[in-house]
Design a protein around this ligand. Structure first.
Ligand SMILES: Nc1ncnc2c1ncn2[C@@H]1O[C@H](COP(=O)(O)OP(=O)(O)OP(=O)(O)O)[C@@H](O)[C@H]1O
Ligand SMILES: [Mg+2]
Length: 426
C-alpha cells in the first residue's frame, strides 16, 4: 500500500490541501464525482501528510548516527581495530537488555570496519549471524563457510564435515575472520555450547588466519549456561549496554522522526510521551520507535494532519493487544487449555486456586479427548504464564491446608476469549 509513496508528485499536495481548507472537503463532493479510485488517491494523499519515509522506523534500519552510544562504538571499534593490521583481536561478549542498541552498534562498527579494510586492502572477513534466524549449528557453520566463499548444501552434510570445510578455507591464509553471533543465548539454550567451544579453540590450528568472536545476548543469566572455558575465552572483553533513559530516548526518536515524518507532523509532546513510556518500562529504543511508528500509522489512518498525544495512547493499546495476541497464539496447546480453564473459572470470581484450575483443565481435556498433564507440570506452566504476564499467580497461605496459589487473568478477558475462540478452543 505504501511502497511507492516516494514516487508521488508532491507538487499536487498543496493544491489539494488548499482546496480542502477552502471548505469543499473530500467528504463534501457529490457522490457521482467520487469514484473508488478517488478514494484511494485521497487516502494516499492524506497519508503523505504524516510520513516522509516510514522505513526509517523499521527494526532492521541501521541509522547513520547512533546517539548516546558513541562510547560503546568507540570501545568496540578499538577492540576490532587490530584486524586492520592483520592482527588477532580479542573476543568480545556484549550484553544488555532488549532494545539497548547492541545489534545496531555491532552492525554499525562491523560495516565501518569492513569498509575500511576494503579501502586499505586489509584481509578482514566479517560474518554477522543472528543465531535465532539461523536456527541450527549446521546453518551457522554453513553461513561461516559462505562468508569465505565455500558453498555448503542447505542440509545433508555431517556437522563435522562442514566444520572441516570451514577450517580448510582458513588454514594457511592470512584472514582475520570476525564472527558476530547475535542472540547467541538462543543457540546455546537450544543446542548447548559445543559449537562455541569449537570456535574458541580453533585459532592454534589455523596457521595464519585468526578468528575473532563477538557474542551478543540480552539474557543476562546466559553466562551460567556456558562451560567456564568457553565463557573465559568468549569474554576476553565484556561490554554492557545500559538501558536508555527518557532524555536519551527523546534524542534517538527525534533523529529518526526528522527523517521519517514530514515537517511538523510530530511534536515535542508526542516524542516526549513515547520516550517517557518506553523509559518507564526498561529503556527500550525498539519499543519507543514502535510506539512512534504505530502512533503515526494510526494518525494516518484517521486522516489526521499531525500525530497527536492521543494517537500515542492508542498505539500503546494497539501494541499491547498485538503482544498479547502473539503471546497466546504461540503457546503450546496445554498452556492454552490452562488459560482457558482460568478464563472459565474466573467468569464470576476474580481469582481461583491451583486445585480448581487443575480440575477445570482436566475436564476440558476429557471434553477434547486429550490426556491431561500432571499437576506438577501444570504448576510449572502456570509459572511460565505468570512470567509472560498472561496470568497473575500469588502465593497464599491457607492455614492448616498449606499454601496454594491464587490465580487470575493478567490480561483483558475479551482478548483471551477472542483468541481462544479463533483457535477453536472455546
Ligand atoms: N542509540 C541509538 N540510536 C538510534 N537508534 C537506536 C539506538 N539504539 C537502538 N536504536 C534502534 O532501536 C532498535 C533496537 O535496537 P537494537 O536492535 O540494536 O537492540 P538490541 O540491544 O540488539 O535488542 P535485542 O536484545 O532485543 O536484540 C533498532 O531499530 C535500533 O536501530
Ligand atoms: Mg539485537
Amino acid at each position: 500500500m505504501f511502497k511507492n509513496q516516494g514516487t508521488m508528485d508532491v507538487s499536487v499536495l498543496p493544491q489539494v490541501l488548499q482546496w480542502k481548507q477552502g471548505g469543499a472537503g473530500v467528504e463534501d463532493l457529490e457522490p457521482e464525482v467520487r469514484s473508488p479510485v478517488d478514494e484511494v488517491f485521497d487516502q494516499f494523499l492524506k497519508g503523505n501528510t504524516i510520513f516522509k519515509n516510514r522505513d526509517v522506523l523499521r527494526h532492521d534500519y541501521v541509522p547513520e548516527k547512533l546517539p548516546h552510544r558513541e562510547e560503546e562504538i568507540r570501545t568496540l571499534a578499538s577492540i576490532l581495530a587490530p584486524a586492520l593490521k592483520g592482527q588477532k583481536c580479542s573476543n568480545v561478549f556484549i550484553y544488555g537488555k532488549t532494545g539497548t542498541g547492541k545489534t545496531a552498534v555491532a552492525r554499525y562498527v562491523l560495516d565501518k570496519l569492513t569498509a575500511k579494510a576494503r579501502q586499505i586492502g586489509a584481509p578482514v572477513v566479517a560474518c554477522y549471524i543472528n543465531c535465532r534466524m539461523a536456527g541450527t549449528e549446521y546453518r551457522i557453520l554453513a553461513s561461516l563457510c559462505e562468508a569465505l566463499g565455500v558453498k555448503v548444501p542447505f542440509t545433508g552434510l555431517a556437522k563435522a564435515e562442514v566444520l572441516e570445510r570451514f577450517k580448510k578455507a582458513l588454514i594457511g591464509r592470512e584472514f582475520v575472520f570476525i564472527i558476530m553471533l547475535d542472540e547467541v543465548d538462543v543457540l546455546v539454550k537450544a543446542h548447548g555450547d559445543a559449537l562455541l567451544y569449537e570456535l574458541t579453540r580453533l585459532n592454534p590450528e589455523l596457521k595464519g588466519s585468526k578468528i575473532c568472536l563477538i557474542g551478543i545476548s540480552n539474557d543476562l543469566t546466559f553466562k551460567e549456561h556456558l562451560d567456564p572455558r568457553v565463557l573465559s575465552s568468549l569474554s576476553e572483553e565484556e561490554m554492557v549496554f545500559k538501558p536508555y533513559n527518557a532524555s536519551q530516548l527523546r534524542d534517538i526518536l527525534w533523529d529518526r522522526a526528522r527523517e521519517a515524518f514530514v515537517d511538523g507532523a510530530v511534536s515535542e509532546a508526542v516524542i516526549g510521551l513515547c520516550a517517557a513510556l518506553s523509559a518507564q518500562e526498561h529503556g527500550d529504543a525498539r519499543r519507543a520507535l514502535d510506539l512512534l511508528r504505530v502512533a503515526g500509522e494510526i494518525a494516518e489512518r484517521e486522516g489526521a494532519r499531525k500525530v497527536e498525544v492521543e494517537h500515542v495512547r492508542k498505539a500503546v493499546k494497539c501494541i499491547e493487544y498485538d503482544r498479547i495476541v502473539e503471546a497466546i497464539r504461540s503457546l503450546p496447546l496445554h498452556a492454552k487449555l490452562i488459560l482457558l480453564a482460568v478464563y472459565e473459572k474466573t467468569k464470576k470470581v476474580s481469582s481461583v486456586i491451583t486445585g480448581e484450575i487443575y480440575a477445570a483443565y482436566s475436564a476440558i481435556c476429557s471434553r477434547m479427548g486429550l490426556t491431561p498433564l500432571t499437576q506438577r507440570r501444570i504448576s510449572s506452566i502456570i509459572n511460565e504464564l505468570d512470567m509472560m504476564g498472561l496470568l497473575n499467580a500469588q502465593l497464599v497461605n491457607m492455614g492448616r491446608y498449606g499454601r496454594t496459589k491464587k490465580i487470575r487473568l493478567a490480561v483483558q478477558r475479551s482478548i483471551v476469549r477472542e483468541i481462544l475462540t479463533q483457535e477453536g478452543l472455546t
